[in-house]
Design a protein around this ligand. Structure first.
Ligand code: SAM
Length: 200
């Protein structure tokens, strides 16, 4: 087992997470259509979606799980959240070890904005599920749209649960050239066009 997995004391598996079957269906469709090999998840929690992405992704793909593992203001009121915060990172690492996906998942223990500056690889799929309040979500859409490869897909959770999500995406649609769709609570944008296509 490689680092940082090898040096973390393993806790029993904790299946808690937020992966709805509608998100599974759409993420599977996007992966099968666009075959991304550098996937970024913003907001990983205990890795339920991270593990799904790693299992669905093509052979050789890497999933970068960006999370500061501190929780967030938008989920603080959920009863299942506070008791998990003291061991969130250790439990994430443990869950990935139990799943046997250590070689496909890279934990990036950073704020989403810091990671947008610090991560080397260029993502061809970004799944947004960190803080969905406008103060975080708006700068995250801008930063990660800028980081996305030409032809890459930006998508995320909470179209219905957090009103800031459709509002911010609508607000940025002209500036960034976003064409946004949703299926229930899941949303995605048409692939990012390169500068030449965008001019055409
Ligand atoms: C709803 S949970 C993610 C659920 C996860 N995608 C799943 O499949 O279960 C939101 C996560 O975003 C993280 N988060 C919130 N704001 C963040 C920020 N500014 N930078 C990094 N992570 C953040 C929290 O620590 C939390 O783990």
């Amino acid at each position: 087992v490689i680092e940082p997995y090898s040096s973390t004391a393993v806790l029993p598996f904790d299946p808690h997470g937020w992966l709805h079957h509608v998100n599974e269906r759409n993420l599977r469709r996007i992966i099968q259509t666009y075959v991304p090999t550098t996937i970024v998840e913003l907001g990983a929690w205990l890795g339920e979606t991270t593990r799904f992405l790693a299992r669905e992704a093509p052979k050789g793909a890497t999933v970068y799980a960006v999370d500061h593992f501190l929780g967030g203001p938008d989920i603080a009121h959920i009863p299942e959240v506070p008791p998990r915060l003291p061991t969130l990172y250790q439990q994430f690492i443990s869950n990935i070890r139990h799943s046997g996906l250590c070689d496909r998942i890279v934990p990036v223990r950073m704020d989403t904005q810091e990671a947008a500056r610090a991560l080397g690889p260029t993502p061809d799929l970004v799944y947004m599920d960190a803080c969905m309040f406008e103060s975080s979500f708006l700068p995250d859409v801008k930063a990660w749209w800028a980081r996305l490869a030409d032809g890459g897909v930006l998508c995320g959770d909470d179209w219905l649960f957090f009103p800031d999500v459709p509002r911010v995406l609508g607000q940025l649609q002209d500036e960034l050239g976003l064409v946004v769709h949703n299926d229930d609570n899941f949303w995605w944008c048409d692939p990012k066009r390169g500068p030449q296509e965008a001019r055409a």
